[in-house]
Design a protein around this ligand. Structure first.
Ligand SMILES: *Cc1c(COP(=O)(O)O)cnc(C)c1O
Length: 412
């Protein structure tokens, strides 16, 4: 496309945009279980209006926009209230989980340097199942990544003893997930905490996809093990507002046990021609809308709203678990929240995946071991029966030797 010489009519441009979205996955119908968290029309409306209210404003300027500064403080306080943040705990809103993880690693590295630990040649120790955002951040910062195999007991949990063996003087961070993305399993954070305390290493809990889910699941009676700042060795956490916080995209939280840890995060610089600038996260300009939409959704839902939505997601996951087991699938480990992975002993996963895609289901899959993957939203309560019916048909196709290509050709 070349820029039009004369500007075009907005209504015409808008229509073209809507037409283009016609080729996208139809997430509104609930047949997408990755990328989008569909909490319903009412929450979508709140996101939109609250975003638009502060869309022009910039979180880079807390003095100019005390409104945004206070909303950010409120969001962080609400987060810490849910995640057992002790007195003095603090944090910041970032653009997403990758940003939160990157900033937590940078903070841990600078903390290690200031604490007189080794100055260079650092490494982080993380389970095989931890998110690749850690590798990306490590790549940026020239930090080595030591990925440690999971327990071999079928739990798909991090192995604290094996991780302990991988830690050395140059380790600036250990990681546990709550839950991990590939299997939806919460790592044994308390046991990782014991290792971290003994080795005197920073423990980060990646609760990007569970931070705004697990506290409410627990309130609903799910036996969620200790995973947050209730574990004393946990130094920092990442928790995404734009996942199960049901906030507009571009919003996550990075949280620290104390101001003393947090203070290594902001970048405070004055040695250039411009005005001195202090930025807490990776971003310079920070979209006001992402902050205001997060604040609004949290206030509109409240504890009762989140409990209801997460209860619906858990009930849907239980229903799908039972349904896929009845079809002969094996569910990996014991998922407690909104993610699950499952595989069939007699059917190729990618063939099944193709057969489900052909039936209009856009989901993710897990590579180790190859399995189908679902990240469920409240909306999925309405389509769980359809999913299971289509999965049964897809399984029959695959068992009859209809390959994913053939299935794709037949249904597209
Ligand atoms: C989504 C996710 C991330 C990364 O978050 P983005 O917002 O996509 O950058 C990190 N860790 C886990 C466990 C996640 O689910």
């Amino acid at each position: 496309m070349q820029m039009p010489t004369e500007g075009r009519d907005w209504n015409e441009v808008r229509e073209e945009m809507v037409a283009r979205s016609g080729k996208d996955v139809d997430w509104r119908s609930g047949r997408t279980a990755v990328y989008v968290f569909n909490a319903g029309e009412d929450i979508h409306h709140v996101q939109k209006e609250a975003y638009a209210l502060f869309m022009a404003e910039n979180g880079l300027g807390p003095l100019a926009f005390p409104s945004l500064a206070q909303m950010e403080k409120d969001v962080i306080a609400m987060a810490l209230g849910l995640l057992h943040g002790p007195q003095g705990a603090t944090g910041a809103i970032t653009s997403g989980g990758t940003d939160s993880i990157t900033m937590a690693m940078k903070t841990a590295r600078d903390f290690a340097r200031e604490s007189g630990r080794q100055q260079t040649g650092h490494n982080i120790v993380l389970p095989r199942s931890a998110h690749l955002a850690f590798d990306k951040a490590a790549h940026l910062m020239d930090i080595a990544v030591r990925r440690v195999p999971l327990k071999t007991d079928g739990s798909f949990e991090a192995d604290p003893a094996a991780m302990a063996a991988a830690v050395d003087e140059a380790t600036i961070m250990m990681v546990g997930s709550a839950p991990n993305f590939p299997h939806g399993i919460i790592d044994p954070i308390a046991a990782l905490g014991e290792v971290a305390a003994e080795k005197k290493v920073w423990l980060h809990v990646d609760a990007c996809v569970g931070g705004y889910f697990a506290p409410f699941a627990r309130m609903n009676g799910v036996a969620v093990p200790a995973f947050d700042f209730a574990v004393p060795a946990v130094h920092s956490m990442s928790a995404d507002l734009h996942k199960y916080g049901y906030c507009a995209k571009g919003a996550s939280t990075v949280l620290f046990r104390s101001e003393d840890l947090y203070k290594h995060m902001p970048f405070n610089y004055r040695d250039w021609s411009g005005a001195p600038m202090k930025t807490p996260t990776l971003a310079g300009t920070r979209p006001g809308g992402a902050i205001s939409a997060a604040w609004a959704v949290m206030n509109v839902l409240g504890v009762s709203g989140y409990r209801e939505k997460q209860g619906l997601v858990c009930a849907t996951r239980e229903k799908i678990e039972a349904g896929v087991k009845a079809l002969g699938f094996e569910v990996l480990g014991r998922p407690l929240l909104g993610l699950m992975a499952f595989r069939h002993p007699e059917a190729d996963t990618l063939a099944l995946y193709g057969a489900m895609r052909a039936r209009g289901w856009f989901t993710s899959f897990t590579a180790e071991p190859q399995s189908l993957h679902l990240m469920l939203s409240p909306k999925h309560a309405e389509v769980a029966d359809d999913y299971l019916r289509d999965l049964a048909a897809a399984l029959a196709d695959v068992r009859a030797g209809v390959t994913s290509e053939k299935v794709e050709a037949r249904y597209s």
